[in-house]
Design a protein around this ligand. Structure first.
Ligand SMILES: [Zn+2]
Length: 370
């Protein structure tokens, strides 16, 4: 089943060997950017440790132990993640029905669409009560597993007080228990915690890996997969989100701007802005800029390579026409890309989204028609 995790062969080899050589650590810290397979690897690792299948097939995914892990219902699996205030009763159950529902929905999301982010209605962190719940579970004896498996997601989301409570668990680890902490922000983990774990790095996924996952598992057409892979910077979650926008509003905006700028159709541009008065969010602006970067890259590529190499394969004629009517683009591309980078930094500040769009249009016009 480890084969299902793509692009992390080295890491998975390391973990398999640890199991084979009976050198499984008591605490791991899986780190690396979002959307590269840390959670699924942690779950499969826990499954492999406990699997009843043949050594080389572990985790088999079909034995009773694997089954229980796969549904996140194994009695010896403890899952800790940032939550809103849970307000537990003396039995350790969540008092409020609404919060309990959201808590269960989080788990369902993890099971059925782990690539999608789940948002609680209130702000979340790993709280004292989450750790208290964990400690209560660790006091009980193990039900049936060889090793109890604890996965702590977003382990950096603990305040110092909570982290210190958790540290006690790491300092006196319960027998036959493997704790796997997961984080995107290694620098936020307290050194005292860090020093008691074995770090395992997950690298960003290559474009090729993302493309093949999108095509094989999500039936994404090749051209969309290629664009999504380029934009996502190794993050599968982002790639899936972009690929699933069948009609991408941000992509349309980017192509509209390029089209109007190439025609020097200022009136057309301002009419477009006027018709879409609602302000764009930072994320939308970022997405538009990402598409602009890819379009600029495609234009630059066309001056030196065959048109089948470009990302936006469905727009070959559009690009060919622009290159034919606007010579010298390759001389100005570098400056234009620097401008896009600079603009993307400004979006992080408090700039007016419409001004960003206007600035983008004017610079694109200069880039194409200078
Ligand atoms: Zn199994």
């Amino acid at each position: 089943m480890f084969r299902k995790i793509k692009g992390q062969d080295h890491t998975i080899d390391l973990l398999r060997k640890a199991i084979e050589n009976r050198r499984v650590s008591q605490a791991y810290l899986f780190h690396g950017s979002d959307g590269v397979g840390k959670f699924m690897t942690a779950l499969y690792f826990g499954m492999a440790i406990n699997c009843y299948g043949l050594t080389e097939l572990r985790p088999c995914g079909v034995c009773t132990s694997c089954h229980k892990f796969l549904s996140l219902e194994h009695p010896d699996f403890v899952h800790v993640f940032p939550t809103p205030k849970l307000d537990l009763n003396s039995e350790g159950e969540i008092k409020k029905e609404e919060v309990r529902k959201q808590y269960l929905a989080y788990m369902q999301n993890k099971l059925h669409s782990p690539w999608a982010d789940f948002f609680f209605k209130e702000s979340t962190e790993i709280r004292r009560e989450n750790i208290a719940m964990l400690m209560k579970r660790l006091e009980l004896s193990i039900h049936e597993a060889k090793y109890r498996i604890v996965i702590v997601e977003e382990a950096d989301q603990m305040n110092v007080q909570t982290a210190n409570a958790f540290l006690k668990t790491l300092e006196e680890p319960p027998a036959n228990t493997v704790i796997i902490m997961i984080t995107e922000r290694l620098q936020m983990i307290l050194p005292t915690i860090l020093s008691r774990t074995q770090p395992v790095y997950f690298k960003p996924l290559s474009r090729g890996v993302i493309e093949s996952i999108l095509e094989d598992q999500f039936d994404t057409p090749a051209s969309n997969a290629r664009t999504a892979a380029r934009i996502s910077a190794g993050n599968l979650k982002t790639a899936i989100r972009i690929a699933s926008e069948t009609v991408s509003v941000s992509r349309d905006w980017a192509f509209n701007i390029v089209d109007l700028a190439a025609k020097q159709d200022d009136l057309g541009f301002y009419t477009l802005i006027d018709k879409n008065r609602e302000q764009k969010s930072k994320d939308q602006l970022e997405d538009i800029l990402k598409y602009m970067r890819i379009i600029a890259g495609d234009l630059a590529l066309l001056t030196v390579a065959d048109s089948s190499e470009i990302s936006n394969v469905d727009k070959q004629e559009f690009f060919a026409e622009i290159c034919r009517t606007h010579p010298g683009i390759d001389d100005r591309i570098h400056e234009y890309l620097l401008f896009l980078e600079d603009l993307s930094r400004k979006i992080d500040g408090n700039v007016n989204p419409n001004l960003v769009m206007i600035n983008l249009y004017l610079k694109t016009k200069r880039f194409l028609t200078a």
